[in-house]
Design a protein. Structure first.
Length: 155
């Protein structure tokens, strides 16, 4: 797990900017949401790993990307039910990613994660209709609760 304030270097990321994780199903849990797909978008590798591990353990299908541009490539070719996106990243910020992703997948839900929760950022996130806003650092329970609020239960 990442310590507060740590940011990995770009050398810790996969060469193609996609963090691949094997599909996992709820370990010892009823998997009622196995068709729900979540995309994690954050330039901090440890944050992506934490989110993927937590959400896969709950039975979600999860992919991770460390750049907004890569996330948009994935969204163009795959359907996701939810995107969990960091606000501040190199290149495109989270708001730019969400605006473009919505043009392709208008029914996708969005959760914003940020260590830069200024009143202006929070106001814009609320205007944009994010399901939840998580302040970094957040706990696995906070992530789970936000995802459960954002996604309707299937099954």
């Amino acid at each position: 797990m990442a310590t507060e304030g740590s940011r990995p270097t770009s050398t810790s990321m996969a060469p193609d900017d996609l963090l691949a994780f094997p599909e996992a199903h709820g370990r010892g849990r009823s998997v009622k949401n196995d068709r729900q797909k979540i995309l994690i978008v954050d330039d901090a590798g440890p944050v992506v790993v934490l989110c993927v591990n937590v959400l896969q353990s709950l039975g979600y299908a999860v992919k991770g990307a460390n750049r907004g541009e890569r996330a948009l490539e994935l969204v163009a070719h795959e359907e996701f039910d939810l995107m969990v996106v960091d606000y501040r990243m190199p290149g495109m910020d989270g708001f730019q990613v969400v605006r473009q992703a919505r043009a392709v997948r208008p029914d996708m839900a969005f959760i914003l994660v940020t260590a830069h929760g200024t009143p202006e950022v929070l106001d814009e996130a609320n205007r944009m209709g994010f399901s939840s806003i998580l302040s970094k650092p957040f706990t696995p329970d906070e992530l789970r609760d936000a995802v459960e609020r954002a996604l309707p239960t299937k099954g």
